[in-house]
Design a protein around this ligand. Structure first.
Ligand code: GLN
Length: 197
């Protein structure tokens, strides 16, 4: 059984935890640096990236998590979690920072504000349509050469990637934890498992 951390500072912590348990992972909530020990992977949930960033700093997790990510800890960032992993963030706060683990450029709230939230099926390579819940979602506006796009979506203004992978780092614009479809969590935990075998 793989031990997957969920960064439990703010956001959809419970929802991710229950999805991970459903796909057979052992869940460790990560609130302090010592919780990073012996993780096989980590989920950074959706929520609010500026709040998550603030709490990462005040909890003392910011630097140790940066080290773990630099050492290749597999990670899946959803929505605000994707923002935290991105190399470049536009429309961020002036003091917005991110880990730069995924070579993508994202625009915060790139699909519009809360009222413009929407649900749509997203076609994921090898999986077929997966329900996507987009809430003040970041839009991926650029991807580096090492980034593989697993799903794109056209919300009426051209196709943009919505699920990407760069080695052991995954990111998606939407909230797979807010549906009953566990396939993306299964995909992530399966990749973690494969890498460790
Ligand atoms: N717009 C939010 C942010 O900047 C992300 C929204 C979400 O995670 N649902 O963090």
């Amino acid at each position: 059984m793989r031990r997957i951390g969920v960064l439990a500072l703010q956001g959809d912590v419970r929802e991710h935890s229950s999805m991970l348990e459903r796909v057979g992972a052992r869940v460790q909530w990560v609130r302090r640096p010592e919780h990073l020990a012996e993780l096989d992977g980590l989920v950074i949930p959706g929520g609010e990236s500026t709040t998550i960033a603030y709490l990462l700093t005040t909890s003392g997790l910011r630097d140790p998590l940066g080290v773990a990510l630099g050492e290749g800890l597999p990670v899946f960032g959803t929505c605000a979690g994707l923002i935290m992993l991105a190399c470049s963030v536009s429309d961020g706060r002036s003091d917005q920072w991110s880990y730069g683990r995924l070579d993508v450029a994202v625009r915060r709230n790139g699909y519009g504000r809360q009222v413009a939230s929407f649900e749509a099926d997203v076609e994921v390579k090898g999986l077929g349509p997966v329900p996507g819940v987009f809430i003040r979602a970041p839009r991926i506006e650029g991807v580096g050469d090492d980034v593989h796009v697993w799903a794109s979506y056209d919300h009426g203004d051209g196709e943009h990637p919505v699920l990407v992978r760069q080695g052991s780092a995954w990111g998606c614009s939407f909230h797979p934890e807010l549906t009953s479809d566990t396939r993306l969590h299964e995909l992530f935990v399966g990749a973690v498992d494969e890498a460790l075998r």
